[in-house]
Design a protein around this ligand. Structure first.
Ligand code: PMP
Length: 435
């Protein structure tokens, strides 16, 4: 643990950050936090103040989980090298990971981030289909590389972006609250699917590389897709010769409560699954899991190698994170606490007009704030004010969605019933002051 004395004051750290780091690294909250320690669902600042973390899904089994630390330390003391030697850790990890997935998804690749994993997924898809054209959901984010900015409307349509290249086809985000077709329209799902069919018709069958989508779009505003949407899209895409990629970077590992993987919520099996954030509990691990058929197409003579991907330490950590998720029954915990929290948030919605929608599943929730329920005009400034006030009250949230008006709730999984009550009651106080 870093002591108070050896940590320079916050103002000095802020000034040094401005001096040495790029300005486009954003800082959360009007009054920035200098976090010096984490423990399970809590973070501690440089003055020793505790914050309830309702935002950081990377620390999936909890910040600095003791079992994960121990395994990492032990393995670091023995060996950490690359995949060109036989190793039990990588085999163990691949076996354990594939055991959580549908049988067809049985070949693993290990890299170091969600971005690297999505990059690799694209290479696999392109090699397998010998096509390039990709269908993406509007407002999606898939990572920070050049190609991933190209497939991420959240970035390429935003400030500093240059729009989509001609091989990327954007379809409307199936957002039943704010999207083109809404919950009141019983044909909304089919209408959203029709946009995918139109792209397929336009580019011609056989020219499609595939479709990539998050199972629960996160930066799009914590969206749950219409139930039948993915099954219909997958079948259109496959009929056109494309492959279906599920970006599970935000939603895997039991977070949504009802299921271990987000795509299971829609009764589909992707051809390629992309994993990141939670699987290393903060240690940088990304993974791609695919079918033997797609992996065989990719095995075309060009070596695949990542210096750090699949190293002994990362794999040992990956296995232990999975052990903790399963042994501590975090999926059913997420369901129980998530249901309680949703119920509390819905009750707030009955009292505060500013809450236009409460949605999500398990510990992946969104609270959409609007200036008027009738017009659904986004309450962007109010959402920022709520998040800043919650931070001052000791609870960390973020905002997301195209208008940054959706409160994003994605805590480390040990977040418990008392934490959920505290979040809901503090939010109630914040909203009552605001109104
Ligand atoms: N996919 C999704 C859905 C993400 O949310 C992110 C990160 N926010 C990424 C990919 C990229 O992951 P990373 O930052 O680890 O490269």
């Amino acid at each position: 643990m870093m002591s108070k004395r050896c940590s320079p004051p916050k103002a000095q750290t802020l000034a040094a950050r401005r001096q040495f780091l790029s300005g486009n690294l954003s800082i959360a909250y009007k009054n920035p936090l200098k976090i010096v320690r984490g423990e399970m669902q809590y973070l501690y600042d440089d003055e020793g103040r505790q914050y309830l973390d309702a935002y950081n899904n990377v620390a999936h089994v909890g910040h600095c989980h003791q079992r994960v630390i121990k395994v990492a330390q032990d393995q670091m003391a023995v060996l950490n090298t690359n995949t060109r030697y036989l190793s039990d850790q990588i085999i163990n990890y691949a076996e354990r990971l594939t055991a959580t997935l549908p049988d067809l998804l049985n070949v693993c690749f290990f890299v170091n981030s969600g971005s690297e994993a999505n990059e690799l997924a694209l290479r696999l898809a392109r090699t397998h289909t010998e096509a390039r054209t990709l269908i993406v959901l509007d407002h999606a984010y898939h990572g920070n590389t050049t190609t991933l900015i190209d497939i991420s409307p959240y970035k390429h349509d935003g400030p500093g972006g240059f729009g989509a290249p001609n091989w990327v086809h954007k379809v409307p985000l199936p957002d039943l609250y704010r999207g083109l077709y809404r919950a009141a329209d019983e044909h909304a799902s089919e209408k959203y699917v029709r946009h995918v069919s139109e792209v397929v018709e336009k580019i011609g069958r056989g020219n499609l590389c595939g479709f990539i989508g998050e199972s629960f779009p996160s930066v799009g505003g914590q969206i749950e897709l219409p139930k039948s949407y993915l099954a219909a899209v997958y079948s259109e895409v496959r009929a056109a010769g494309g492959v279906c990629i599920a970006d599970e970077v935000q939603t895997g590992y039991g977070r949504i409560g009802k299921h271990f993987w987000g795509f299971e919520n829609y009764d589909v099996t992707p051809d390629i699954v992309v994993l990141g954030k939670p699987i290393g509990n903060g240690h940088p691990i990304g993974a791609v899991v695919t079918t033997r058929e797609i992996a065989s197409s990719f095995d075309n003579g060009m070596e695949f190698f990542s210096t750090f991907g699949g190293n002994n330490v990362s794999c040992a950590i990956g296995v232990e994170v999975l052990n903790v998720v399963l042994e501590e029954q975090l999926q059913s915990h997420a369901r129980g606490v998530g249901d309680l929290m949703s119920a509390g948030l819905r009750e707030l919605m009955s009292r505060y007009e500013i809450i236009g929608d409460v949605r999500g599943s398990g510990m992946f929730l969104g609270v959409e704030l609007v200036k008027s329920r009738a017009t659904r005009e986004p309450a962007t400034e109010e959402a920022a004010a709520v998040v800043n006030q919650m931070r001052n009250s000791g609870i960390l949230l973020g905002t997301d969605g195209p208008f940054h008006n959706v409160l994003k709730i994605r805590p480390p999984m040990p977040f418990n019933r008392a934490d959920a009550d505290s979040l809901v009651s503090t939010l109630a106080k914040t909203l009552s002051v605001l109104s």
